[in-house]
Design a protein around this ligand. Structure first.
Ligand code: NDP
Length: 310
């Protein structure tokens, strides 16, 4: 892939006074995330109408200047740009049931699967709305802070993103990842999955040192710098996947790594730590080695994750 398909805006400081920053919008769902989003738009001068199933969670936003709608349908009727941030896809369907979406620009910030994003897009388009699905790569305290690195992945209607990209960039940076409405969720879940692997490794590492005279706070900076040094390996993985050559520029061969696994397992045993977070990955390494890929590194193991593999 030569061109970067991801269009992005950095998040805008809340004192921005551009015209786009004042587009009126309605926000359905004022939970922890929805409230943070609403406050960022209000601080930037947007007229914001909010609705929440439990009204008591929307009412505090009135003090910040929000208009509280009595029903989801009223909130949808109040603005052309409608943002939804609810618990899950089922709650989106439930909340919007009966609302007139024709002519609306619907942006779904609710976490879901790619299939749910695609189905929700078809559902919204059948009701006359343009649709963007989204995945929020941030926690609520990062919202509205231009320096936090928070961003939101968007996919779906390019016209909607083009028109409202400036407004969407107020609470967090934006990354448009394609017209396929499933792509935002796919990127979101792929990144969260990578994060889970990292958290699993970090937990195992702390378990190994836990019973020794090593302060976790002394160990943590070593973990952070080591993971930071290793993370760019993702670029080489990408190059190998794009070239199809899993033996390209191998530094640490699979055969060497599998031999090293014995040391990791023996150390876990010595320290009285369960290796259950490590062994599924090691089993995959051994299978790929047994298939004759000892001179490669670990990228080719992706074949073993392909459930459609013959
Ligand atoms: P909360 O649990 O704080 O809020 C959930 C919201 O969904 C509330 O407004 C709740 O209404 C509403 N809701 C739940 N079920 C229904 C329903 N059946 N009909 C109508 N409304 C319903 O969650 P967050 O605000 O933290 O999360 C919202 C979304 O943001 C989720 O999809 C989450 O994955 C995503 N997100 C959250 C992050 C976080 O760190 N918080 C990080 C990244 C993404 P009520 O108040 O009435 O219960």
């Amino acid at each position: 892939m030569t061109d970067n398909p991801i269009a992005s805006h950095a998040s805008r400081p809340s004192h921005s006074s551009s015209r786009a920053s004042r587009t009126p919008l309605s926000l359905l769902g004022t939970g922890t995330m929805g409230s943070a989003l609403a406050r960022a738009w209000l601080a930037a001068g947007h007229p914001v109408t909010v609705w929440n199933r439990t009204p008591a969670r929307a009412e505090p936003l009135a003090a910040d200047g929000a208009t509280v709608a009595a029903s989801a349908a009223d909130a949808v009727a109040a603005s052309r740009l409608v943002v939804v941030c609810l618990l899950d896809d089922a709650s989106v369907g439930e909340a919007l049931d009966g609302a007139d979406l024709s002519g609306r620009d619907l942006v779904n910030l609710t976490t879901g699967t790619p299939a749910q994003g695609r189905a929700r897009a078809a559902w919204a388009e059948a009701r006359g709305a343009r649709f963007l699905d989204a995945g929020i790569m941030a926690v609520p305290p990062m919202i509205g802070d231009a320096r936090s690195g928070a961003y939101v992945l968007y996919s779906g209607s390019p016209g909607l993103f083009e028109e409202h990209g400036g407004t969407l960039a107020v609470p967090a940076g934006t990354r448009y990842v394609g017209a396929d409405p499933g792509f935002a969720a796919l990127h979101d879940v792929a990144l969260l999955s990578a994060m889970n692997g990292m958290f699993a490794g970090v937990l195992h590492a702390f378990a190994l040192i836990r019973r020794e005279d090593i302060a976790p706070s002394d160990f943590a900076p070593l973990v952070v710098s080591w993971l930071g040094a290793m993370a760019p390996a993702a670029h080489k993985t990408a190059e190998q996947l794009e070239s199809g050559d899993f033996g390209k520029d191998v530094v640490s061969s699979l055969a060497m790594q599998v031999a090293g696994d014995a040391t990791l397992l023996a150390t876990a045993e010595e320290q009285g730590v369960s290796a259950e977070l490590l062994t599924p990955y090691m089993a995959l390494m051994e299978r790929w080695l047994a298939e004759g890929h000892g001179d490669e590194d670990t990228t080719g193991m992706i074949e073993l994750l392909d459930l459609g593999r013959k």
